[in-house]
Design a protein around this ligand. Sequence first.
Ligand code: CMC
Length: 390
Amino acid sequence: TGYVTLDRGYKNTGATQSAITFLDGEEGILRYRGYSIEDLASKASFLEVAYLLIYGELPTANQYETFSNGIRRHTLVNEDMRKIFDGFPVSAHPMCVLASLVSAMSAFYPDSYEGNKNPDLHIVRLLAKLPTLATWSYKRALGHPINYPKNQLDYIPNFLHMMFALPVEDYKVDPVVAEALNVLLILHADHEQNCSTSTVRLVGSSQANLYSSISAGISALWGPLHGGANQEVIEMLEDIKADGGDVGKYIDMAKNAKTTGFRLFGFGHRVYKNFDPRAKIIKKAADDVLAKLGVNDPVLEIAKGLEEAALNDPYFVQRKLYPNVDFYSGIIYRALGIPTNMFTVMFAIGRLPGWIAQWKEMREQKEPIGRPRQIYTGATLREFVPLEQR
Ligand code: CMC
């Protein structure tokens, strides 16, 4: 009944009110709870930002202590989860493994679905265990033993330890690497009603528990038009390099996206029509990190060439297609030693606080179940023909 407006891809439909993230696509402004992304990325720690997103205010020293200690205490994952993990083929994409393991967490914490009890505890568990789970796929792909978390380490150093430490030699966290990762995770922490976040809210609106909702968000993030773009970008840049470095050829292919089906990954954004403020910070961070680590990555030069060519091409200018957050993030991840198929996992670790904050807000606002309408385009009433007469 009633009048249904069609808005494919929800390009102009507000699905909720939210006090978490402010985004102005024309001006290239991004703020979490009123704080500019530039300030947060240069001055805050990822866990402070996580607290800010989830609870609405920057934590006091005491609140931060309680929050981060809670996370420290929950980094271990139930050993039975390893049996589930061991059932995956070694070649499984880490995003598929991560979504499945997070979904499985409901089974280990039934109070999450029996009346949705203890939300703060589930929040802490997820923040604590996601990095642990994320490192398993990488270790296994190498044939290395997994590393248990080391709780004397802070959040990001602990993740780096689980990723890179080997039992046969000492491992020291490089502060340049930890700081770069801190910036990247903050930049990814929330982005209002993007595809994965809307998924989390929609799934959660049926009162599905937090783990199931986040698992759905991870699945949505994996797609190449969303978080999966960061893996696609590096693969594209490597293809260009292998192909002799002719960026013009790829620009031409992308201009004919309708016939070639090829898009310039890391370009364009549904909301940013001027520039993506995160891309600006990341581009500078990529230069800094590569210089500090002494990495000379030819792919960075190709990225810069591609960006310049696109920014001067009427096709991209007219459509307001600018580099987005994913364009340079992969170059940094690579310089930090993170393998390509883990890039989207890094995005998921960064986005987790945003998903949680949005899920929590949705529940606290007592939003109704999400249920879009449609415009039916199928057959009108038809007479049923029995099988033997068809
Ligand atoms: N390369 C070539 N053409 C493009 C691109 C691109 N990357 N992006 C958009 N276009 C064209 C598109 O063909 C269309 O052209 P026309 O007006 O002739 O039909 C026009 O620009 C508008 O594109 P759209 O697909 O209608 O825009 P959208 O808002 O639905 O899509 C997007 C936004 C980000 C999915 C899209 O720009 C895209 O596919 N980009 C490449 C993938 C990517 O980098 N994704 C990461 C996004 S940022 C982080 C995140 O969300 O995870």
